[in-house]
Ligand binder design. Structure first.
Ligand code: SAM
Length: 206
């Protein structure tokens, strides 16, 4: 099976929205221990179909052997300081990714407002990486990137958030750039958890 129960969340997202198609170029932010890597690679279909998955996490991980093949690579890095330029250089033909997933979450303090704030920051970072100058305007970014996000036109973005007013704000920010955005609370989510996924489909051309 899968290395973590979180696999079933991405499986449900896949079932409902079919974001990962054969030959997709997937970026998985906060990939450890690797269940989403397994589901993402499985969703690419047979190896001959091509495609790739790049996972990033502060924790060092090896892609789990089951369901992950040579199309899956991982990078140990902190997403909050990883330049877009570096990620772009790691994308197929440096053309960016067709799907960006973020299941990142902070180590939970138990203080509701603090956890929600940290989770909002990580989600904003995922949005930053995906959309780049589109949300800041050129030159407004102080990391050393210069330029666009790593999500290709027509691509999809999935971001985990903790339910809060800030979470709605992320939807307001991203909505104009996509054909469709929606919320999904997977059945595999523990009843006590406030996590929810923002699904952004089909990035519009600039
Ligand atoms: N989707 C994963 C899976 O299915 O195996 C589970 C992800 S887990 C819920 C959240 C992950 O986010 C943790 O492994 C954590 O290390 C990672 N994370 C949190 N902050 C991060 C950051 N700033 N940079 C990279 N990874 C981060």
């Amino acid at each position: 099976g899968y290395v973590a129960r979180s696999a079933f969340k991405l499986l449900q997202i896949q079932k409902q929205h079919r974001l990962i198609t054969p030959a997709a170029a997937v970026l998985d932010l906060g990939c450890a221990p690797g269940a989403w890597l397994q589901v993402a690679c499985q969703s690419l279909g047979p190896i001959a179909a091509g495609g790739s998955v790049l996972g990033v996490d502060t924790k060092k991980i090896k892609p789990p052997p089951l369901h992950c093949d040579s199309r899956v690579r991982t990078l140990s890095a902190d997403v909050t300081t990883l330049p877009r330029r570096r990620l772009r250089a790691l994308s197929p033909a440096e053309k960016g990714f067709s799907v960006v997933l973020s299941d990142m979450c902070p180590s939970v303090s138990g203080i509701t407002t603090k956890d929600a704030a940290l989770s909002f920051e990580l989600a904003m970072r995922a949005l930053d990486l995906a959309l780049g100058d589109r949300i800041h305007g050129p030159g407004a970014d102080d990391d050393d990137d210069g330029g666009g996000g790593v999500l290709r036109v027509g691509g999809h973005l999935v971001v985990k958030l903790l339910e809060s007013e800030d979470a709605k704000e992320i939807n307001h920010i991203s909505k104009p750039f996509f054909k469709k955005t929606s919320w999904l609370r997977p059945k595999a989510t523990r009843p006590s958890s406030r996590e929810i996924y923002l699904i952004c489909q089909c990035l519009k051309p600039t």
